[in-house]
Design a protein around this ligand. Structure first.
Ligand code: G6P
Ligand code: BGC
Ligand code: BGC
Length: 924
């Protein structure tokens, strides 16, 4: 700003020049001075305009509709709750940026008991100017050395202390300990830091400086520290206001209003970063030429315009510019402009505080001015004080306007007209300029009369608040470790999966040779997949999955038509007597025939019986053992076709021709084989799990013939029942197995299938609850009940399209008292359990397709796997994880997974149709 700038009427742009040698007439000078100071007056109308415009920018930013130069940033601060008061322990806090050219280190002890306080120990270190403007590494090394020096004298012993990093600059936070600097403010301009994660930079510096006794667990903005430092006894502070070298505020916003967050419940702390308000010229109407001059000479011209009207780093400079201007126009200091008056930074906040302090008295003001190399006359004192007052009054009123905008936002966000809340305040401007605080309160009451606001000065500049956030972060970090520890055994790496694949291959070979093996490798007497020439109407039963179905399958030239009816198998029937079970099955068949007008017709029937059966022929299957919650008596060791025929026999006037009994894996393979002739593997991942495939007959001991192929039902659910499965069994798996009706059996199935995954998750959640990681460690009765956590919840909770809020809804319906962090943890547990299941399933499929490839001596094999089962079909990631695992473990097999549309009932009908065709051919 050149000395010929405007001073009187029309100052803004007027070309009046006054030189000491021609000082104006006294009456003119007063008027000229008043006009000059008048520029700092902001009318109520203007304040209300700024209030509205700031509120508008805040709501735009919350919606994520920021323009290129965001007026305000509204940055979520990953602090979801105000302190419980239960936080305790020793914490180290590093404060950088709150108080300009100094950093502060604190040792804060939280007692965890309300009202009892231990005075923090702290030390301030002045930051050399070249460090504030030099390479970032230098700044962080400086900070690390200060920490080391501070800790030297303290009882660290061999502990690792949690450190909270109070970093008072605009940052995009992506976690409690992850924060990327957007841009420097307040006299800092270090290189290679903007766009970087400042926690990483600090950790690296601590390492370089050999400081090993600190672990950085949280980074916090000073406004957040100020808010969190509020004594909970004084009622929750939901706004943090800082006016020190810079200025800013944070407040607790409804999470659902923050577009950047995927959360709709609870509140989250948002750092407004109002310092940049006006960077989009919204402040044009109140900016004076002095403001523009200050901005141009600042380290960040055009940025932080609002801050430059309020922050303590700038108030002194503004006063200096005005004083220099008045002096240059002979209106002050007799027109003298000593170098001190013309050089930047001569006046600081302390000077403004002293100069305008009404109790200071003329003598004190003269002393201060003289100490600055000025030679003031007594008549100058009043004018200097008026200039200080004008500048700081404007600052206080503008700060109040911004705070009123935040209160307006809170009214909107809480849909409340009248608000009662506490605002925690921090910073030397508020502390040192007494008029500032009272003006702030008055103006807030003027602009937000419905809000009754209590201002609570923070006692230690937010150090305690940062320690509280650090305590919360430390707790969350500890929880993270416990969670990692708990889930680590579920994370299987490629090497482990290769071993599982090899172990399955070995068990397959032993089973095929008829040697002892956990894989029974049961011949199914299905020798061929359909060739499309099958024809006729068939009845089919489908027992063993989630639903029991009776189907009418019409196989015609144009394709297959299916009519089916689902029937329930009550638990007391599934676990009653065999007679009851098969009579129930026949009842359903009879009901179905009546509904379909088939009564009295004896259609060929294919029976999908999804349990391990040793087949002696297509229509003979000895049940080896029940699985999946079935346990009807007098069935194991029996031919289930006979049991069915006997039940038919017990029912008058019912005639059924049971032609084939097939396993659901075989039915699925056949059903998909009808669509895709390369389908030679059947896979079920539903209530239970299993697979079958077309094996070379010569490899099947116990079945005559060595040419051609036969479908083998692997019964892989039992894989590992002989203890030869190296996948670590966790205590949760053991709990599920112990509580099952077949403990020690179906080991592989209990790691993979739908009947068990929900229970595994439930046991893990109980464990994490007992560790205090979940549900704040509160005992949750509901979670004690078996099967309350359905496997379908995994599919829902892991769905990408499901926002966290919906995850919460599912869990709240279960009566679980959870926080948003809990919902994230539950989702992670589900992911770990289902991922292990899918990988193990993939390792199994890889073993099977590699067996087929080697059987046929092929370099490459292209094969289709027919799949069915609720878990595989409904889980959002299961199928792709299986496919990824197969690709990794069987790279020479191009495997297509074909989901069966009509279930294995159709497959059973096709097996029956093939049998009838072969029988037909045999008869002619
Ligand atoms: C389909 C098949 C059944 C099979 C079931 C397995 O429904 O038709 O034969 O048993 O899938 O899946 P689930 O999830 O029902 O146990
Ligand atoms: C920074 C804020 C900080 C404020 C008060 C501003 O310059 O951008 O992050 O809260 O100063 O220290
Ligand atoms: C049974 C298999 C069946 C699988 C899928 C297992 O429990 O033993 O026979 O194929 O579940 O339903």
């Amino acid at each position: 700003m050149d000395s010929s700038g405007p001073v009187g009427p029309g100052c803004r742009g007027g070309a009046l020049s006054a030189r000491p040698e021609c000082s104006p007439h006294p009456s003119d000078s007063t008027q000229l001075v008043q006009e000059c100071l008048k520029q700092f007056e902001v009318t109520e109308a203007q304040l209300r305009q700024i209030q509205a415009s700031l509120l508008g920018s805040m709501e735009q930013a919350l919606l994520g509709q920021n323009g290129p130069a965001p007026a305000v940033r509204m940055l979520p601060a990953y602090v979801g709750s105000t302190p419980h008061g239960t936080e305790q322990g020793d914490f180290v806090v590093l404060e950088l940026g709150a108080t300009g050219a100094s950093l502060r280190v604190l040792w804060v002890t939280l007692t965890g008991t309300e009202g009892s306080r231990v005075e923090p120990r702290s030390r301030e270190f002045v930051i050399p100017p070249d460090v504030m403007l030099g390479p970032g590494q230098q700044l962080f090394d400086f900070a690390a050395r200060c920490l080391a020096e501070f800790l030297e004298a303290l009882p660290v012993h061999s502990r690792t202390l949690p450190l909270g990093f109070n970093f008072s600059f605009p940052c995009h936070q992506t976690g409690l300990d992850q924060s990327t600097l957007i841009s420097w403010t307040k006299g800092f301009k270090c290189s290679d830091v903007e766009g970087q994660d400042v926690v990483r930079l600090l950790r690296e510096a601590l390492k370089r400086q050999g400081v090993t006794s600190l672990s950085v667990v949280a980074v916090v903005n000073d406004t957040v520290g100020t808010m969190m430092g509020c004594d909970p006894g004084l009622g929750p502070c939901e706004v943090g206001l800082v006016v020190d070298t810079g200025t800013n505020a944070c407040y607790m916003e409804e999470a659902r209003h923050v577009a950047a967050l995927d959360e709709d419940r609870g509140r989250v702390c948002v750092s407004v970063e109002w310092g940049s308000f006006g960077d989009d010229r919204a402040l044009g109407l109140v900016l004076t030429p002095f403001d523009h001059a200050l901005d141009l000479e600042s380290l960040n011209p055009g940025a932080q315009r609002f801050e430059k009207l309020i922050g303590g780093l700038y108030l002194g400079e503004l006063v200096r510019l005005v004083l220099a201007h008045l002096a240059q126009h002979g209106l002050l200091f007799g027109g003298c402009t000593p170098p001190a008056l013309l050089s930047r930074g001569t006046l600081g906040l302390e000077h403004v505080a002293e100069l305008q302090d009404p109790s200071a008295g003329t003598a004190r003001v003269l002393t201060v001015l003289q100490s600055l190399g000025l030679s003031p006359g007594a008549s100058d004192v009043g004018l200097v004080q008026s200039v200080c007052m004008a500048v700081s009054t404007r600052a206080a009123r503008l700060c109040a306007t911004a705070l009123a905008a935040v209160l307006g936002r809170l009214q909107h966000s809480r849909e409340q007209q009248a608000l009662q809340l506490s605002v925690a305040t921090g910073g030397r401007v508020l502390a040192r300029l007494p008029r500032f605080r009272s003006l702030l309160q008055e103006t807030v009451m003027l602009l937000a009369p419905e809000c009754s606001v209590t201002f609570i000065p923070s006692e230690d500049g937010g150090g305690r608040g940062v320690a509280v956030v650090t305590a919360v972060a430390a707790r969350l970090a500890a929880h993270r470790c416990l969670l990692e520890e708990t889930l680590a055994p579920f994370r299987l790496d490629q090497e482990q999966l290769v071993v599982v694949q090899a172990q399955m291959r070995e068990a397959m070979a032993q089973g095929l040779r008829g040697e002892a093996s956990s894989l029974r490798m049961l011949p199914t007497y299905v020798r061929a997949t359909p060739d499309g020439s099958e024809r006729g109407d068939f009845l089919a039963l489908d027992l063993g999955g989630t639903h029991f179905r009776v189907l009418l399958v019409r196989v015609a030239a144009g394709g297959v038509q299916i009519t089916s009816q689902v029937y329930a198998i009550p638990e007391q029937v599934a676990q009653g007597t065999g007679r009851q079970l098969f009579d129930h099955i026949v009842d359903c068949i009879v009901d179905f025939q009546q509904r379909q007008g088939l009564s009295g017709q004896s259609l060929p029937l294919g029976f999908t019986f999804s349990f391990p059966c040793r087949q002696l022929g297509l229509d003979q299957g000895i049940l080896l053992t029940w699985t999946k919650g079935f346990n009807a008596s007098d069935c194991e060791g029996q031919d289930v076709v006979t049991l069915l025929r006997e039940a038919i026999g017990r029912r008058q006037a019912v005639e059924l021709n049971v032609v084939a009994i097939v396993n659901d894996t075989v039915g699925t393979m056949m059903s998909c084989g009808y669509e895709d002739h390369r389908c030679e593997v059947g896979l079920i991942v539903g209530t239970g799990t299993n697979a079958c495939y077309m094996e070379e007959l010569q490899n099947v001991a116990g079945v005559p013939g060595d040419s051609g192929r036969m479908c083998i039902n692997m019964e892989w659910g039992a894989f590992g029942d002989d203890g030869r499965l190296s996948v670590p069994s966790t205590c949760f798996d053991a709990s599920v197995d112990r509580a099952s009706i077949n403990p020690g059996k179906q080991r592989f199935e209990k790691l993979i299938s739908g009947m068990y995954l929900g229970e595994i998750v439930r046991h893990i959640l109980l464990h994490l609850n007992s560790l205090g990681v979940l549900f704040r460690g509160q005992q949750t009765q509901r979670l004690q009940s078996r099967d309350i956590f359905k496997t379908k919840f995994l599919s829902e909770i892991e769905s990408d399209s499901l926002a966290l809020r919906q995850v919460r809804a599912i869990l709240e319906d279960l009566g679980l008292p959870l926080t948003s962090d809990d919902a994230l943890v539950v989702r992670e547990v589900c992911q770990a359990v289902s991922r292990r299941a899918a990988q193990l399933c993939g390792a199994g499929v890889a073993a099977v397709v590699e067996k087929i490839r080697e059987n046929r001596g092929l370099e490459e094999l292209a094969v289709t796997v027919g799949v069915d089962g609720t878990l595989y079909k409904l889980h959002p990631h299961f199928s792709s994880l299986v496919a990824d695992t197969v690709r990794a473990l069987a790279p020479r097999c191009a495997v297509t997974f074909l989901q069966s549309e009509d279930g294995s009932g159709k497959g059973a009908a096709l097996v029956t149709a093939v049998a009838c065709r072969l029988a037909q051919m045999a008869r002619v």
